[in-house]
Design a protein around this ligand. Structure first.
Ligand code: ZN
Ligand code: ZN
Length: 271
């Protein structure tokens, strides 16, 4: 049994998730969770997955209601997954996750996690066919966001690899990839953000290993940065997808502990 009985990255039907927040809470309770964080996609007019401003208000009310209803049984945290290209307004939340789902290009914002075809089209049309220029633009967007973000968690740090299983679009060991990727990682650590081991793409069948890749995780450990296991859950049935495997995976990379997010901040848990 995994000791990190927590997830700080979940989506409900208020954004692009399947379930009511309450169904997620019940699933978490079944697994004896210590804490559960909701992180609906913050309003962004260019993003179909995001909540509307009215939806966001209703989401906050529902999660706050659950927080009270389950007080003493499990810690419930109200968060938001903020997309780096949306404005930084006031955040009436317990915590934020900073994520990059879109990159700016001369032809407008381009989504990085929609489909393999759309990614390849973006590389051709906006980056002259150079996948490394595309990756650099992604990681530079991450670094710029981390630099100013109030978030405590860096979301799926190398999301740009979503459709790159087997290296079909670029080589993740190439210095043209790793250079900007490591700079973004170092920026997150400098800003004291926890980096998530995000199992969501495994749960949805896009990848066989979680984000971020092993070279980035090794560097995270060398830097003494914090790692946390999150499932980026869009379906309550998959709340702990790959959680069992994650402990061995992280230990093989030299980690001895992870953090979980609680009401009073991060708690370190040995693995
Ligand atoms: Zn995301
Ligand atoms: Zn997410």
């Amino acid at each position: 049994m995994f000791p990190y009985r927590s997830c700080a990255h979940t989506h409900s039907r208020f954004c692009d998730g399947l379930d009511e927040p309450k169904a997620m809470v019940q699933k978490a309770l079944e697994q004896n969770f210590i804490s559960l964080g909701f992180s609906g996609h913050g309003a962004a007019d260019y993003d179909d997955a995001a909540m509307t401003p009215e939806g966001e208000r209703a989401y906050r009310a529902e999660v706050r209601r659950l927080q009270k209803a389950y007080d003493g049984k499990m810690e419930i945290l109200l968060g938001q997954e903020h997309d780096a290209l949306s404005p930084y307004a006031d955040f009436p939340y317990d915590f934020l996750i900073e994520s990059v789902h879109y990159i700016p290009t001369p032809e407008g914002k381009r989504c990085v996690d929609w489909s393999a075809d759309r990614t390849e089209e973006t590389i051709r049309q906006a980056f002259g066919g150079d996948p490394y220029a595309y990756c650099r633009a992604y990681f530079e967007t991450c670094a710029r966001a981390y630099e100013k973000s109030p978030a405590v968690i860096a979301g799926h740090l190398d999301l740009v690899t979503k459709f790159n299983e087997g290296g079909r679009q670029f080589d993740e060991t190439d210095p043209r990839y790793l250079g900007p990727a490591l700079e973004a990682l170092e920026c997150a650590v400098r800003r004291n953000m926890a980096v998530e081991l995000n199992t969501g793409a495994v749960a949805r069948g896009y990848r066989t290993a979680p984000y971020p890749g092993p070279d980035l995780l090794r560097r995270l450990r060398e830097l003494g940065g914090r790692v946390m296991v999150n499932s980026d859950c869009h379906n309550a049935a998959l709340l702990t997808c790959w959680y069992e495997e994650a402990a061995e995976y992280l230990k093989a990379l030299g980690f001895h502990s992870v953090v979980i997010l609680r009401k009073n901040g991060f708690q370190e848990i040995g693995i």
